[in-house]
Design a protein around this ligand. Structure first.
Ligand SMILES: *Cc1c(COP(=O)(O)O)cnc(C)c1O
Length: 557
């Protein structure tokens, strides 16, 4: 075997959640799916990478919804033994002054066109560990602050030690969000407190747009949990005065830092003006998120697109009627799936809008119901259908209320406008929804959506985005060409009240006078927009382009 020195060193990619397969439920939303897509593209591009995450034996959650939209959760248990191999080494961490043994399950993600990326799923359910410690890697985002800090210790510190124990030589540690930032402290100890040396090895991608959302821990808790690993005084100097701020810790010890869209970079620079935070805009893995019907179509007209999604720029070669036929295949599949799951039969002909993502306040899932009279009027002129999906975090009371409210609106509109809510949103449902509806609706409260990625999945399948100008859509939107904008551009200085009015005006007026008429009365123009969405959005907003940028700008620095 030929081996070059470069390949002896690997990029270690750390993420609290990774969505690599639908039957490995170790993700909760966009962050984990992005991590999965990062790994998929890295394998395609033969990037020497090893990924590190937690085994989350009980997953995130399984969602059940009552007839009135009350969410109940159960664990989403999976068996690592059935799918993964146990690594030959274990490592130890001192947590609350007791030794915790960490083992790792290895899953090799193999690209069909490139290389392999091993993923280490760290696990404290090891015989000999105290009962409480055995549960540290059970539930993704479960428990209280103390539980979370222990998880982050296993991820950052345990992960770094595990890589070393398994003989990996690491050139860069890439932290996908701040959850793994404790790895910097481990490296700091290893490099005898040489901060510059740690920085040369660390890359930090922030995903959080606002101060309030940063992961923070009191130093009292840090001392209690990690006091015997690291002196709290040292952490305080680099991790924040009053509390340990994981974003600040990661920023202070990374030589390369980036936000996930241009707008998110600007916001992050406002919060941290003394840091050189750049932007590498997110993407999705084209081969994964392109449906079967479009796969076939692209293979026929644009061979090579799957390993080189930039080729989708040549979409003009594909006839309109083929695009529409591929879309109708997806729409029929989705309608059949919805009937199977809910018993409700949607129409193949009606303009169908999709909205699916984590159900939490800032995503504003019920904005479309803000004016029922207008919604009814639009629907009378040209029929609409709405499909929703999304889980609320167990402690997110507002998120759970949102689901109930959508069910309430569903009842209000019964016999007039079909509203469907699919249970237990996951990657498989995401693939069906982002390819099977006609329009992908996105209404976050700016500037809360650092990027968003589901709209990029939609674009790969010719589904048109109708979205608030936030996150990636600021870069992706060309009005009337790739989709439509809801509300003002982020540059516009307006009051919250004016913003709200402009958003609602656009939502209802564009739906009534632009979106629905184009769909119903000018199918060729609609299908031409679908092509623009593929050729001008999908060709760029993919993780192949994204990873090439990480490689040249961060990994090879
Ligand atoms: C892509 C994806 C997301 C991300 O959706 P956003 O609209 O970008 O928040 C969340 N959950 C699942 C299951 C996904 O596949």
């Amino acid at each position: 075997m030929v081996s070059s020195p470069m390949h002896d060193y690997k990029i270690a990619y750390f993420s609290m959640e990774i969505g690599i397969r639908n039957d490995i439920p170790t993700y909760s939303g966009g962050l984990g799916v992005l991590a999965g897509d990062t790994i998929r593209s890295s394998a395609d591009l033969s990037v020497p990478m090893v990924a590190v995450t937690l085994v989350s034996r009980k997953g995130y959650l399984q969602q059940k919804l009552s007839d009135s939209g009350d969410q109940t959760e159960s664990t989403d248990e999976w068996n690592p033994k059935a799918l993964l191999d146990l690594a030959p080494k274990t490592v130890e961490i001192e947590i609350e002054r007791g030794k915790v043994t960490v083992q790792a399950w290895i899953y090799d993600y193999k690209s069909t066109i490139g290389g392999t990326v091993p993923i280490l799923f760290l696990d404290t359910d090891v015989e000999g560990n105290a009962a409480e410690d055995r549960r540290i890697t059970d539930t993704l985002y479960g428990g209280d602050d103390q539980y979370r800090l222990k998880q982050e210790a296993v991820l950052g510190i345990g992960g770094t030690r595990m890589l070393e124990a398994l003989g990996y030589r690491i050139s860069k540690y890439h932290m996908n969000e701040g959850h793994s930032a404790l790895l910097t402290l481990e490296l700091l100890q290893r490099y005898e407190m040489d901060i510059d040396r740690v920085r040369r090895h660390c890359i930090f991608t922030t995903h959080t747009p606002v101060e309030a959302a940063f992961d923070r821990f009191s130093y009292e808790l840090v001392r209690q949990v990690l006091g015997s690993e690291f002196p709290t005084q040292v952490i305080r100097e680099i991790g924040g005065d009053d509390k340990l701020n994981m974003t600040l810790l990661a920023l202070n010890l990374s030589g390369f830092q980036n936000g996930v869209t241009k707008a998110h970079m600007k916001l992050s620079l406002k919060l941290f003006p003394h840091y050189a935070i750049r932007a590498i805009t997110n993407g999705v893995h084209s081969n994964t998120w392109t449906s079967q019907s479009f796969h076939k179509l692209f293979d026929k007209y644009i061979p090579g697109w799957a390993s080189e999604p930039d080729l989708l720029v040549r979409i003009a070669k594909v006839p309109l009627c083929d695009i529409w036929a591929a879309h109708m295949e997806n729409k029929k599949n989705l309608i059949a799936y919805i009937e199977e799951k809910t018993g409700e039969k949607l129409s193949e002909d009606a303009l169908t809008l999709g909205f699916a993502r984590r159900t939490t306040g800032y995503k504003r899932a019920k904005l479309i119901f803000s004016d029922l009279k207008k919604l009814r009027d639009i629907n009378k002129a040209r029929p609409l259908q709405l499909v929703f999906a999304g889980k609320a975090h167990p402690r997110d009371i507002g998120g759970k209320d949102l689901i109930r409210e959508i069910f309430w609106y569903k009842r209000q509109l019964r016999d007039e406008l079909k509203v469907v809510y699919l249970e237990n949103y996951d990657m498989q449902i995401a693939a069906k929804l982002t390819s099977g509806v006609d329009v992908w609706l996105n209404t976050p409260l700016p500037p809360m959506e650092a990027s968003g990625t589901s709209g990029m999945k939609a674009a790969h399948n010719g589904v048109l985005n109708f979205s608030v100008l936030d996150g990636w859509w600021i870069e992706g939107c060309m009005e009337g060409i790739t989709g439509w904008a809801i509300g003002p551009s982020p540059e516009q200085e307006i009051s919250e009240e004016e913003r709200r009015k402009s958003e609602l005006d656009d939502l209802f007026n564009k739906l009534r006078y632009l979106v629905a008429p184009k769909f119903y009365d000018d199918r060729d123009a609609w299908t031409a927009m679908m092509k623009s969405s593929i050729g001008k959005v999908a060709y760029y907003f993919n993780t192949d382009r994204m990873m090439r940028r990480y490689i040249t700008e961060a990994y090879l620095r």
